[in-house]
Every structure is written in structure tokens, then in C-alpha cells.
Design a protein around this ligand. Structure first.
Ligand SMILES: C[S@@+](CC[C@H](N)C(=O)[O-])C[C@H]1O[C@@H](n2cnc3c(N)ncnc32)[C@H](O)[C@@H]1O
Length: 263
């Protein structure tokens, strides 16, 4: 890949997904794309980048190449403990609770949230998991996970919510019914406007890939998607400083939770 082609690729990633591609990703992208060019019998990266404009499945491939989907069940557990201890009791006030896992990758986060809700006696809820990556969402809907992905699930919960099959762990239908998945690009403001009425949004380890102006845009959309008094939880290394002062900042045992003010 020439310098110019790499620049075009970076520009495209920013334009379509708000994602900043670091220079250190160049060689891995080079490998993936050259294989793809051979498979599609295309001559250059430029030609491929034009092609993805017209072909949805090729666009999905492009997104798959540029995104990082690392995730697992019960990730960053101290944040989930705070959620269970302080936020779930507040959510119980609502007749129906809507949670959103934004940038859910292969689904471990939304299923984890559903387990926490059920274990805390809440049944009148749904979790919406969204991601831009169609391949990740396909796996999320199937709900089939490796041993590594479920490593942090306590053994009693593993037995209760998963079925072991051919060395994999399959989410039981009783859990699946609480979670729905949708392809959604967080920088697509028109589509984001349809996301409304949420009581809590988890968006962890996603905005790190966005430059400041994109972070601001995405967080603004989350603000409108939340009900007054709704909660926003970011990744443990992410914060709203420099982004917005619209949220109240709550501190629980060293964890930060953001709250949209009540009207
Ligand atoms: C590292 S994973 C985080 C998964 C999960 N939230 C967690 O913390 O375990 C980041 C996810 O963000 C998604 N993502 C990146 N840019 C996005 C965008 N513009 N719109 C929606 N999802 C995006 C990626 O596809 C990827 O699945």
C-alpha cells in the first residue's frame, strides 16, 4: 500500500465511521486488504475504496477491517458492581427499563447487562446492543462464545444462562429474549435520532477511537437518547472532560458515572 493509498484509507475510515486509524495499524491493514484485493480481483486500494461505496457487503468488510472488537463477559467488573449496587435500584422505579450497549461488538456486554438485571430481580427490561460491524452483530445474535470470552462469568451464572456445546458456550433463549441487536453507526446523526427513551447507556471502549469533534457529536446524541435522570457509563479510561459539561458527574467507590440532569 502506498502512502497515498494509506491516506485515502484513513480518510475513508474517518468519513464513514469517525474512526482514527493509527499508523501502527498500517501493516495489518495492508495484509488484510491485499488478500481482499486478490479475492475480488481488484487492482488497487483506491479501486477497492470506490467499490465499497456501492456494495454493502464490501462496506461491511471494510468496517470489519478497521474496527477493534475486543470484548468479553463481565469486563471491568468494578463498573458492573457499581451498576448493580447503585443504578439498578434506581432503574426499578420505571415500569419498563431500556438499556443500550453502544458499540457492543459480539454481544458480551449487552448479555452481561441482561444477566445483572435478572440477577437483581428485574424482568421488565430490554437491552439494545448496537454496533457498526455487521460480522460482530451476526455473532452476537448467534450468541456462541469461546471459553475465553466467558472466563469471567461466575460458574453458577455460566450454568444458569449458557449451554456448553462443542467447546463453546451458547446463550440460552431465556437470556436472548431480553437482548436485541441492531446495526448502527454512532456518527450517523439521522439514525441516532431514532434512539430515544433510554434509562442507561453503556458505551465502553468505543469513543477512544474517535477524535474530539466526533466524541462531542456522539455524546451529544447520547444526551438526547437518555431520559432525564438517565445514566451514561463510559470505559474506565474514558471521560467527558473536554467533551461536555451537560451531565452530572457521580463518583461511586472510584468509578465515575454520568447522569443526565432531571428536568
Ligand atoms: C473494543 S469494542 C468494545 C466492545 C464493548 N463495548 C466492550 O467494552 O467490551 C469497540 C466496538 O466499537 C465499535 N465501533 C467503532 N466505531 C463505531 C461507530 N462509528 N459506530 C458504532 N460502533 C462503532 C466497533 O465495531 C467495536 O465493535
Amino acid at each position: 500500500m502506498t502512502d497515498r493509498e494509506f491516506e485515502l484509507l484513513k480518510k475513508k475510515a474517518m468519513e464513514v465511521a469517525g474512526i482514527e486509524i493509527p499508523d501502527m495499524k498500517r501493516s495489518i491493514l495492508e495484509l488484510r486488504i491485499s488478500k481482499r484485493l486478490r479475492e475480488k480481483n481488484l487492482k488497487s486500494v483506491e479501486e477497492w475504496l470506490r467499490y465499497i461505496n456501492f456494495d454493502k457487503s464490501e462496506f461491511d468488510k471494510f468496517i470489519d477491517f478497521i474496527t477493534v472488537g475486543e470484548t468479553y463477559f463481565f469486563r471491568t467488573e468494578y463498573q458492573l458492581d457499581i451498576f448493580a449496587e447503585y443504578i439498578v435500584p434506581e432503574l426499578k422505579k420505571h415500569s419498563f427499563v431500556k438499556l443500550w450497549s453502544a458499540g457492543c461488538s459480539t454481544g458480551a456486554e449487552p448479555y452481561t447487562l441482561a444477566i445483572i438485571m435478572l440477577e437483581n430481580g428485574v424482568r421488565n427490561f430490554k437491552v439494545v446492543g448496537t454496533d457498526i460491524n455487521a460480522f460482530a452483530l451476526q455473532q452476537a445474535r448467534e450468541g456462541i462464545y469461546s471459553k475465553r470470552a466467558v472466563d469471567k462469568v461466575p460458574s453458577d451464572l455460566l450454568k444458569k444462562y449458557f449451554e456448553e456445546k462443542d467447546n463453546s458456550w451458547v446463550v440460552k433463549p431465556e437470556l436472548k429474549r431480553y437482548v436485541e441487536f441492531k446495526q448502527l453507526n454512532l456518527v450517523d446523526t439521522t439514525k441516532m435520532m431514532l434512539m430515544r427513551g433510554f434509562h442507561t447507556i453503556f458505551c465502553r471502549n468505543v469513543i477512544i477511537y474517535f477524535p474530539l469533534d466526533v466524541k462531542k457529536k456522539v455524546i451529544r446524541n447520547f444526551y438526547f437518547a437518555l431520559e432525564p435522570g438517565g445514566f451514561l457509563i463510559l470505559g474506565h479510561s474514558e471521560s467527558l472532560s473536554n467533551i461536555t459539561t451537560s451531565f452530572e458527574v457521580l463518583h461511586y467507590k472510584g468509578a465515575v458515572v454520568y447522569r443526565k440532569p432531571e428536568e
